[in-house]
Design a protein around this ligand. Structure first.
Ligand code: KG4
Ligand code: ZN
Length: 341
């Protein structure tokens, strides 16, 4: 490719955010529009897939229009249309994919399908314009907990993953048990600041095992049992202590395993990605650990950690350079994995 400036219009609709963004050369965000459905799903205590799809179809045109206007760019200057095609909710993904295909056809621009998890880790390229692979990335979100070794742009090795619940899912479930509302992660994060992290000892599952995989369902059950048993005995639940103690059990394991994985690969850079990466305690504990152990830590700003389309536009740029385009048969892939090389 001989053109120096590549502008990509990216669309993300895998869960409950309808998002569009224009990204230049994979690192510079010209616009980043996110229409969140949190207020709608709140009343159900979680994302209702069909409601999510219906909201995406209502919002997508105005979100894309706003992203183009904010970027102050004309259609002629757009080089490709990128879209998340999985993993995620099938109905939600299909709205973004179909919209992206229509634009690609009408504007005669190449189409680039992007893996949502690859998108999350690419947020680091936006936050730190000098970051280059190799690095170890901990992707922690509502649907995924992955330890990904990024050997080169688009070249990955999944070193570990959760065997059951994702870290964000555990946060959301504990928040529900404590009646904190949805989405739970940010609420637990805030409440935990007022609690004692050593008040209750919850299990650190798989911490002592060789594996780099995670498991959070046992921890979730331990917290729910603690709440039930204490209530049955007429004891008082100190919500802030439960939140802080639960959070510490999650973070201990996440931090230990990402450091271990980085050492195994001999890489000096560690990056965070995904909604849970915006957790203040995780950022603090991993920050200190990396400082003491001489790792460089990359932490995208919270707005780039949770779902957004800028991260999809960044990831798509490196695919554009490799001429990895999609055709009009691109379909939603709800359980899409990261392709390992
Ligand atoms: O990446 P994301 O926006 O969507 C998925 O791809 O899943 O992540 C959403 C998840 C939710 O489970 C939410 O509770 C969690 O990230 N989350 C947090 C925080 N902010 C969002 N978890 C812990 N602490 C936070 N501050
Ligand atoms: Zn996500």
């Amino acid at each position: 490719m001989d053109k120096k400036i590549i502008n990509i219009l990216a669309i993300e609709s895998s869960c409950d955010e309808t998002a569009a963004s224009v990204v230049r050369n994979g690192r510079e965000v010209l616009s980043n529009v996110i229409s969140s459905q949190i207020e709608i799903h709140k009343k159900y205590g979680g994302v209702v897939p069909e409601v999510a799809s219906r909201k995406h179809i209502e919002n997508i045109s105005s979100v894309v229009k706003e992203a183009m206007e904010e970027a102050k760019i004309s259609v002629d200057d757009i080089d490709a249309i990128a879209v998340t095609y999985g993993p995620g909710l099938v109905g939600a993904l299909l709205i973004g994919i179909n919209y992206a295909k229509s634009l690609s056809y009408a504007w005669n621009k190449p189409l680039i399908g992007v893996n949502h998890i690859e998108g999350h880790l690419s947020a680091n390229y936006i936050e730190d314009k000098s970051l280059e692979p190799p690095f170890m990335c901990l992707v922690v979100s509502g649907g995924h907990t992955h330890l990904v070794y990024v050997e080169d742009y688009g070249k990955y090795e999944v070193m570990g993953r959760t065997r059951d619940d994702a870290a964000g899912e555990a946060y959301d479930k504990i928040a529900r048990a404590l009646n904190l509302g949805y989405p739970g992660g940010p609420k637990v994060d805030i409440l935990a600041k007022e609690g004692n992290k050593d008040a209750i000892h919850f299990p650190r599952v798989k911490l002592d095992e060789e594996t780099l995989d995670f498991s959070f369902s046992g921890l979730k059950s331990a917290v729910l049992n603690y709440i039930n048993q204490t209530t049955q005995k007429g004891g008082k639940i100190v919500e802030a202590d439960v939140a802080a103690s639960f959070q510490e059990a999650v973070i201990d394991v996440l931090v230990e395993k990402v450091i271990k994985a980085a050492r195994l690969k001999g890489c000096s850079k560690i990056a965070l990605a995904g909604g849970v990466a915006s957790n203040s305690r995780l950022r603090e504990v991993l920050g200190k650990k990396c400082e003491n152990s001489n790792f460089l830590l990359y932490r995208p700003s919270p707005i780039l950690c949770t779902d957004n389309a800028a991260m999809i536009g960044s990831c798509a740029y490196f695919k554009y350079n490799n001429e990895e385009f999609s055709d009009f048969s691109l379909n939603a892939s709800p359980n899409l994995e990261i392709a390992c090389s």
